[in-house]
Design a protein around this ligand. Structure first.
Ligand code: AMP
Length: 176
C-alpha cells in the first residue's frame, strides 16, 4: 500500500500516518521529520533546509526530490509506505510520478484532510514536542501528566520554532 496524506500543517497527517504505519507495518515517511533531524545533526541537507524551515517556506523541489528518491529506494519501503508532507508542490508531484514510473510503482491512494485555518492556528500554537523522543502533546487536548514535561522522558517540552503564530500563518499561506 503506497499512500499519500495531504492537508495543511496541523491537520493531523502525522498522527494518522503513525496509526496506519503501526497497523499495516509500513513506514511513515515524514519529510518534516527527516529535515528536522538533518538540521539537528548539522548535515549538508540540514544546512540547506534550515533557513527555509525557520521562515515557514518550502525547501526547494530539487532538494526534496533527491531526498525522496533515496528514501523510497530503501529496503523498508519494499511493501509500501505512507508519505506525510510530500508532495507539496506540483513539481514535487510530477517528480514523484517520474521516480515511481522508473521503479514500476504507483501510488494507491491519496487522502486529503481538510481543516480550517483558525483550527490549525489554535492546534499548532498549543502543540508541544519532546526534543528527545519527538512525542507530541497539545496543552488543551492531550496535555502531559507532569507540567510541561514529556511523559516518557521527563524532558521539558518545547514549542517548535515554526509553530509560533506568525510562522504558522506563513505556512498556511504557503500551503493554500
Ligand atoms: P512539516 O513538519 O511537514 O510541517 O514540515 C516542516 C517544514 O519542513 C516545512 O515548513 C518546510 O519548510 C519543510 N518541508 C517539509 N516537507 C516539505 C516538502 N515536501 N517540500 C518542501 N519543504 C518541506
Amino acid at each position: 500500500m503506497r499512500l499519500v496524506l495531504l492537508g495543511p500543517p496541523g491537520s493531523g497527517k502525522g498522527t494518522q500516518a503513525k496509526m496506519v504505519s503501526e497497523k499495516m507495518g509500513i513506514p511513515q515517511i515524514s519529510t518534516g521529520d527527516i529535515l528536522r533531524e538533518a538540521v539537528a545533526r548539522g548535515t549538508e541537507l540540514g544546512r540547506k533546509a534550515r533557513s527555509y524551515m525557520d521562515a515557514g517556506q518550502l525547501v526547494p523541489d530539487d532538494v526534496m526530490l533527491g531526498l525522496m528518491e533515496k528514501r523510497i529506494g530503501e529496503a523498508d519501503c519494499a511493501r509500501g509506505y505512507i508519505l506525510d508532507g510530500f508532495p507539496r508542490t506540483l513539481a514535487q508531484a510530477l517528480g514523484l510520478d517520474e521516480i515511481l514510473s522508473r521503479r514500476g510503482e504507483a501510488i494507491d491512494l491519496a487522502i486529503l484532510i481538510e481543516v480550517g485555518d483558525d483550527t490549525v492556528v489554535k492546534r499548532l500554537t498549543r502543540r508541544r514536542v519532546c526534543p528527545a523522543c519527538h512525542a507530541l502533546y497539545n496543552l488543551d487536548t492531550d496535555p502531559p501528566k507532569d507540567d510541561n514535561r514529556c511523559d516518557r522522558c521527563g524532558v521539558e517540552l518545547v514549542l517548535r520554532s515554526d509553530d509560533e503564530e506568525t510562522t504558522v500563518r506563513t505556512r498556511l499561506n504557503v500551503y493554500r
